[in-house]
Each structure stands twice: as structure tokens, then as C-alpha cells.
Ligand binder design. Structure first.
Ligand code: HEC
Ligand code: HEC
Ligand code: HEC
Ligand code: HEC
Length: 229
């Protein structure tokens, strides 16, 4: 009687095992159910499209040898801008004084590359879709001022000190409006050497680099001050 009890207990356990195993095996075969709703779509960030559009060139940038003799530096980069974030002036002659730019400018500034007659690499424009280039970029005709002014350049954020810990990704110290295509300034032979990135192929820059969201104070109604005041 005792033996019969033990045997039937084991038989029961064995059947239970088969049932449970079979059930879990069958449910494993079903397609996973992932509800797709449009209630809360991941918001897209339009300001970043440039870097994704140009990501096909990222590996080329990573594999390019560095041309030490024709590098830009941050000093020359800032020198060509009235203030941090201002449109740089055009440091070379332009073909037609009256054209607004567009394809004229894009033949060199869309993809960059070495331009023998200027002995420099053409910087890639971060905004090829804004085709009236000369609305914002003007040729530099003189290095001197017409008249003394009280205007001081805003100091640019420093580089190399923007990470919390050694080896952690630095925060983006600048605004990203008009700087949609991170690769145009941070990769390739025309990138200033201090900010040329070691990893252009990572593409999704803002996965690791966040914006330094400094609060901008409301300065009230802006009135232009007289010089020297
Ligand atoms: C033949 C090729 C070529 C054409 C066409 C051309 N550029 Fe350039 N551009 C260059 C090169 C090369 C440089 C870099 C010069 C240097 O570093 O000395 C440059 C520099 C610039 C810069 C300075 C960028 C910076 O970061 O300081 C601006 C702005 C610019 N060009 C705007 C224009 C505009 C606007 C047009 C059209 C009217 C134009 N370029 C047409 C080759 C060209
Ligand atoms: C609405 C104004 C505006 C228009 C139009 C515009 N730009 Fe710019 N551009 C800027 C500003 C502002 C910057 C500087 C961005 C910054 O430093 O934050 C800039 C930066 C640049 C740079 C510097 C990139 C680098 O690596 O240093 C180049 C080159 C350039 N623009 C070329 C062009 C060309 C070519 C066109 C026409 C196809 C054009 N831009 C149209 C405002 C403009
Ligand atoms: C118009 C050129 C330009 C574009 C486009 C641009 N940057 Fe920058 N970036 C700079 C410059 C110049 C600096 C150096 C500090 C400054 O002047 O703001 C810099 C600094 C940085 C730094 C700090 C580096 C350090 O060592 O501290 C990070 C990170 C950075 N940028 C990320 C980005 C990302 C991500 C994007 C794309 C959303 C981007 N940048 C687009 C020009 C640019
Ligand atoms: C997977 C995370 C990750 C992604 C994606 C990423 N970065 Fe970085 N980035 C880092 C880290 C980590 C550092 C610090 C490296 C160090 O200190 O050695 C760094 C450093 C930098 C620097 C400082 C200079 C340097 O190379 O050390 C710049 C500029 C920069 N990144 C720009 C970019 C840009 C532009 C992109 C998009 C093409 C990008 N990063 C994508 C993690 C990332």
C-alpha cells in the first residue's frame, strides 16, 4: 500500500511536470504581444536631422588621415566670428557679388574637401537647406574698425572641462540651433583640431551628450547704448 502511494505520487509529479513544461513551451511559441499605440509617440528632435542625414560619411571621417599642415584651430575659428555663435564672415573672394549663394556656395560647402586655390579645406555647412547664404554670411572687406565701439566679444565656453568625471561625455556647452549637423564642425579635415571628435561613427551624439541648459535671463526691452557708456 505504501509503495503504491509513493509510485502514484511520483507518477502524479511526472505528469504535472509534463503539463507545466508543455504549457510553458507552447506559450514560448506565441508571438510576443507588444501593443503599438499612437498615444505617446517618442517625440522627434528636428534640430538633429543633419547629423543623421550625413551619417553615411561618418566612417569616412573616422578613417581619414589627419592632414596636420592644413588644420583649423579654435583661435582662427573664433577670429572669423563677431561673437560666439555669430555667422562667420566669408574669408575668400566670391564669384558674383550679387548672388545670394545657394549652389555657388554649396559646390564647396555641402561636402567640404580640399580647395587648392585657397589652400584650405572647405568647412561643411551645418545648414545646406538655408540657401540664401549671403543673407547671413558677408565677405570681410577690412580688418580694421570704422569707428571705436564699446562692443566686447562674449567669451566662448572652454573645451576640455565640460565633463563631470574623467572619461565621461562632456556636456554640449553651446546652443544647438543652427548647429544641427554636429559632424560639420566636429569631424573631418576642416574641424578645428581642439574639437575634432575621436568617434564620428557613433552618429547619435545626443544619446550621450546633453545640452548645458543654462538659463537665459530676460534682459527686458533692449535699448542700444551710446558708445563708451
Ligand atoms: C571653390 C570653393 C568655395 C566656394 C565656391 C565657396 N567657398 Fe567658402 N570657403 C572655402 C574654403 C576652402 C574655406 C576655408 C578658408 C580658410 O580656412 O582659409 C571657406 C570658408 C568659408 C567661410 C568661413 C567658415 C568659418 O568657419 O570660418 C564661410 C562663411 C564661407 N566660406 C561662405 C561661403 C559662401 C557664402 C559662399 C558662396 C557665396 C562660398 N563660401 C563659396 C571654399 C569655397
Ligand atoms: C539664417 C542665417 C544663415 C544662413 C541663411 C546661412 N548661414 Fe551659415 N551660419 C549661420 C550661423 C549663425 C553660423 C554659426 C553657427 C554657430 O557658430 O553657432 C553659420 C555657420 C556656417 C559655417 C561654419 C561651419 C564651420 O564648420 O565652421 C559655414 C561653412 C556656413 N555657415 C556656410 C553657409 C552656406 C554655404 C550657406 C548657404 C547654403 C549658409 N551658411 C546659410 C547663419 C546662416
Ligand atoms: C557651427 C559648428 C558646431 C556645430 C554644428 C556643433 N558644434 Fe559642438 N562645439 C563647437 C565649438 C566651436 C565648440 C567649442 C566651445 C564653443 O565655442 O562653444 C564645441 C564644443 C562642443 C563640446 C564640448 C567639447 C569639450 O571638449 O568640452 C561638445 C560635447 C559638443 N560641442 C557637442 C556637439 C554636438 C552633440 C553637436 C550637434 C548637436 C554639436 N556639438 C554641433 C562647434 C560646433
Ligand atoms: C556612446 C556615447 C557617445 C556618443 C554616441 C557620442 N559620444 Fe562624444 N564622447 C563620449 C565620451 C565618453 C567622451 C569622453 C571621451 C574621453 O574623455 O576620452 C566624448 C567626448 C566627446 C568630445 C570631446 C573631444 C573628444 O573626442 O574627446 C566631443 C567634441 C564629442 N564627444 C562629440 C560627439 C559628437 C559630435 C557625437 C556624434 C557624432 C558624439 N560625441 C557621440 C561619448 C559619446
Amino acid at each position: 500500500m505504501k509503495r503504491l502511494g509513493i509510485i502514484s505520487l511520483f507518477t502524479l509529479l511526472f505528469i504535472a511536470f509534463i503539463v507545466v513544461w508543455n504549457y510553458s513551451y507552447q506559450t514560448g511559441l506565441e508571438d510576443a504581444y507588444i501593443p503599438m499605440t499612437n498615444d505617446n509617440p517618442t517625440p522627434s528632435i528636428p534640430s538633429e536631422t543633419g547629423v543623421f542625414q550625413r551619417s553615411e560619411f561618418a566612417l569616412d571621417y573616422a578613417n581619414m588621415p589627419i592632414d596636420e599642415n592644413h588644420q583649423r584651430s579654435l583661435a582662427t575659428y573664433y577670429d572669423n566670428r563677431a561673437y560666439h555663435g555669430a555667422p562667420p564672415s566669408i574669408p575668400h573672394e566670391v564669384k558674383s557679388e550679387r548672388s545670394m549663394g545657394a549652389n555657388n556656395c554649396l559646390q564647396c560647402h555641402q561636402n567640404g574637401g580640399f580647395v587648392t586655390k585657397f589652400n584650405a579645406y572647405a568647412p561643411v555647412t551645418p545648414h545646406p537647406e538655408m540657401i540664401n547664404c549671403r543673407q547671413c554670411h558677408v565677405a570681410e572687406n577690412t580688418k580694421s574698425l570704422f569707428k571705436e565701439t564699446a562692443f566686447h566679444k562674449v567669451l566662448a565656453p572652454k573645451v576640455g572641462i565640460n565633463n563631470a568625471l574623467d572619461g565621461s561625455p562632456p556636456v554640449i556647452p553651446h546652443q544647438i540651433q543652427m548647429r544641427e549637423n554636429c559632424l560639420s564642425c566636429h569631424a573631418g579635415p576642416s574641424a578645428p583640431k581642439e574639437i575634432r571628435v575621436t568617434h564620428p561613427e557613433r552618429i547619435n551624439c545626443r544619446q550621450c551628450h546633453v545640452i548645458n541648459n543654462k538659463e537665459v535671463k530676460d534682459i527686458g526691452i533692449f535699448t542700444r547704448q551710446k558708445n563708451g557708456q
